[in-house]
Design a protein around this ligand. Structure first.
Ligand SMILES: CC(C)(COP(=O)(O)OP(=O)(O)OC[C@H]1O[C@@H](n2cnc3c(N)ncnc32)[C@H](O)[C@@H]1OP(=O)(O)O)[C@@H](O)C(=O)NCCC(=O)NCCS
Length: 171
């Protein structure tokens, strides 16, 4: 088996990120981890073209996990107001529970701090228990519960301060 390499995403990864994200949407939908209607909207948003523009955006911080040339995990977020909003991340089904997402999170956290952002945060569905556990294990805390939120589902806002004294560098 190939070793897993973590590196920054580049434009040549856009197609693989888009298709792995669609595969993650399938998993979340099949297991009832997200409101179905919300995932349908997300599927339409995150085309290869959209992912390409995100990768090109200097506000984006993103990385991928690779086995040989194959993308097997990814995570990206967008810098704004001194924070990084984590947008989407996931790992290919046959590569899960091997610590790949943990490695991706650490890499994005380090880059976030390096760029002067003090904190990472995101929203997720309260139903997404595996996703929430992965973050809690890395020291993230649930900062808010938002009942009857997106499409009437309950969502959690989750965050972690990674560099309390950081001063943001312009994107
Ligand atoms: C959530 C996800 C990204 C985890 O990826 P992963 O590479 O398997 O995560 P890791 O191996 O680093 O696991 C870290 C911890 O998360 C928790 N975890 C991960 N998957 C879990 C599962 N299916 N059930 C319960 N806990 C789980 C465990 O605490 C795990 O530590 P452990 O294996 O030592 O018990 C993956 O399941 C996935 O792609 N899900 C679909 C997309 C998604 O939910 N993205 C996150 C949106 S918030």
């Amino acid at each position: 088996m190939n070793a897993i390499t973590i590196r920054q995403l580049n434009e040549s990864d856009a197609q693989q990120v888009s298709s792995l994200l669609q595969c993650c949407f399938d998993y979340l939908e099949e297991n009832g981890f997200f409101p179905t209607g919300l995932l349908e909207g997300q599927r339409n948003i995150y085309t290869e073209t959209k992912i390409m523009s995100l990768i090109q955006n200097p506000s984006t911080v993103g990385c991928g996990a690779f086995s040989g040339g194959r993308l097997v995990g990814f995570l990206w977020g967008t810098r704004s107001h001194g924070m990084l909003y984590l947008e989407w991340g996931g790992v290919a089904p046959e590569f899960r529970r091997r610590g790949i997402y943990t490695r991706l999170l650490r890499t994005v956290e380090e880059e976030t701090a390096r760029l002067g952002c003090h904190k990472l945060w995101f929203f997720t569905s309260e139903q997404n228990t595996p996703g929430i556990r992965a973050y809690i294990k890395q020291g993230y805390t649930i900062e808010g519960r938002h009942p009857k939120h997106f499409l009437k589902g309950s969502f959690l806002s989750i965050g972690k301060v990674v560099a309390a004294e950081a001063q943001p560098i312009a994107a």
